[in-house]
Design a protein around this ligand. Structure first.
Ligand SMILES: [Zn+2]
Length: 130
């Protein structure tokens, strides 16, 4: 099995039959002596698996923050929709303005091409000289 020196992190590959529970080993690098975890390896794995739900509980505890973020995101959606609506209205308003400006700028051409429009322009007071 692999054991790791807790002092200098040196790794050793020791045959299992040489390892005994509670037996001290000494690091060849730093002379540190410690009792490696051997037979309790399975227990350590079980503890690690039991630690997963605890971590999940920690994530559950952070969920209110997530929902707060979701709420913030939801709040951001509404102004965006209003902005799109405003942009659509502004765009159509600009389009109408351009149409009016074009009708005003090209009124002579329009009146010659479509004589009834003269009355419309006259009603609007845009025809001078009459
Ligand atoms: Zn060591």
């Amino acid at each position: 099995m692999h054991i790791v020196c807790p002092s200098c992190a040196a790794m050793y590959d020791v045959p299992d039959r040489q390892m005994k529970v509670g037996r001290k080993v000494r690091c060849a690098g730093c002379q540190n002596q410690w009792v490696p975890v051997i037979a309790s390896l399975d227990i350590a794995e079980v503890e690690a698996e039991e630690a997963v739900p605890a971590a999940a509980h920690g994530e559950m505890a952070s969920l209110p923050g997530m929902t707060a973020m979701d709420r913030l995101a939801a709040h951001q959606v509404v102004p965006k929709r209003n902005m799109v609506l405003l942009a659509a209205w502004a765009g159509s308003g600009v389009a109408v303005m351009l149409l009016v400006l074009a009708a005003y700028g090209w009124r002579a051409d329009l009146m010659s091409a479509w004589p009834p429009s003269v009355r419309l322009y006259a009603a609007l007071g845009l025809v001078g000289g009459h």
